[in-house]
Design a protein around this ligand. Structure first.
Ligand code: ADP
Length: 395
């Protein structure tokens, strides 16, 4: 019987899953899928690794499956589908590990209590990440569950990079710059030596440009600074999030526009970024294809802010040997990559336009002082690898 690891990434309305086969040098993807719309109109789809649909179910509009129902359905599906497989562990993406968890951890009741304490630090994500852990622990108490954190990779940052200029009493409550997208950055840091061993030992800025977007300065394989901070709304403009905002704007929202916390939350998380600026879409493909002036304005601001952050992160590193583009926009948008690389000429980046059109992997010329790369990220594989390692008695 083949052993398998299940990887879960639970969001507010969807649950993504991947199943990895064990027994090879690294976990091998067997199938993946998701249940989306779990509180509105659930839709389950599972695909084999090559992409073909293996199974699909749609529930009626208005069905509230909820997280509990979604997990129960998923476990039942896996049980029925995988008669030849034996599930040895579940690896979970958990957004927040606070300052305490700088590596993945096997979750027991005590750890779960600690992770629940981080809910106020990430109220939009942490509760959803923890629900499947609780449900699976109740259904299969002996199945090991490993929490892998988006914050953990950043715990190597020097204290200065993690600090806000706030009074100590506030800092002591946990108001730090934590950084996110850590599993993606860790995957890139681990993979980069195959592409550019010199840069992997040196100073690299990774651009994770998906619906959520951030950048990370990596020195000798370790996180040194990042654009996301206390929450995942800081830093770059994103699909619908505004990114860095003068804190005084918050006071203006409250005093002049009479907005409360929920209204501000909705504005800065769901109505801003590419969507807010363009008035067209949060989706980069749609913006690139649009002739609306707002679409161009949104892309221009996006690229401008990436350029500013690139300078800041290069300063944190004291130089730059390479930049790496990853996630949906980073891996696919030739336009964004071209504009970012052209703006980074002063840092020694010389774009190879033909290589960029071909999606890389190297998109800088051989004469370029700093190299530029396109490397697809793989957070699920990172979680599966961590989960496997956490099971080994050596750890
Ligand atoms: P998430 O953060 O939800 O995982 P992704 O990493 O899938 O998001 O990134 C989604 C973004 O990638 C969207 O803005 C989408 O338009 C963009 N994207 C995907 N393919 C392309 C493409 N071919 N050209 C430009 N942008 C693309």
């Amino acid at each position: 019987m083949t052993e398998a690891i299940l990887v879960l990434n639970a969001g507010s309305s969807s649950m993504k899953f991947s199943l990895f086969r064990e027994g090879e040098a690294e976990p091998a993807l067997h199938l993946q899928g998701q249940i989306e719309g779990i509180y509105t109109a659930p839709h389950f789809v599972a695909r084999i690794a090559a992409g073909a649909v293996l199974d699909e179910t749609r529930w009626a509009e208005g069905t509230r499956l909820g997280h509990d129902g979604a997990i129960a359905y998923l476990l039942e599906f896996l049980r029925a589908q995988l008669r030849d497989y034996h599930l040895i562990a579940v690896g979970h993406r958990v957004v927040h590990g606070g300052l305490e968890f700088s590596r993945p951890v096997r979750v027991d009741a005590q750890v779960l209590t600690k992770l629940e304490k981080f809910i106020p630090l990430a109220p939009l994500h942490q509760p959803h990440n923890l629900t499947p852990i609780r449900v699976i622990a109740a259904q299969a108490p002996d199945l090991p569950q490993i929490a892998c954190f988006d914050t953990a990779f950043h715990r190597t940052q020097p204290p200065l990079a993690q600090a806000f200029a706030l009074p100590g009493a506030i800092t002591d409550r946990g108001v730090h710059r934590y950084g996110f997208h850590g599993l993606s950055y860790e995957y890139i840091a681990k993979t980069l030596p195959q592409y550019d061993p010199h840069a992997a030992r040196g100073k690299v800025v990774v651009l994770h440009l998906g619906n959520g977007a951030s950048m990370c300065a990596i020195g000798a394989g370790k996180s040194v600074a990042s654009t996301m901070g206390f929450t995942a709304v800081e830093g770059l403009p994103m699909g619908t999030r505004c990114g860095a905002l003068d804190p005084g704007v918050m006071l203006y929202f409250m005093d002049e526009l009479k907005m409360d916390a929920r209204a501000i939350e909705k504005l800065i998380y769901q109505q801003s970024g590419l969507l807010g600026v363009s008035g067209v879409s949060s989706d980069m493909r749609t913006l690139e294809a649009s002739s609306e002036p707002g679409a161009k304005a949104a892309i221009d601001l996006y690229v401008y802010r990436i350029g500013r952050e690139l300078g800041s992160l290069s300063a944190a590193l004291g130089g730059l040997d390479a930049i790496v583009f990853t996630a949906g926009i980073g891996e696919n948008s030739r336009l964004v990559r071209e504009q970012v690389c052209r703006g980074a000429a002063w840092l020694g980046v010389e774009l190879d336009a033909a290589a960029n059109r071909a999606n890389g992997p190297r998109i800088s010329t051989s004469a370029s002082r700093a190299s530029a790369w396109v490397i697809p990220t793989n957070e699920e594989l990172m979680i599966a690898s961590h989960t496997r390692r956490a099971l080994s008695p050596k750890q």
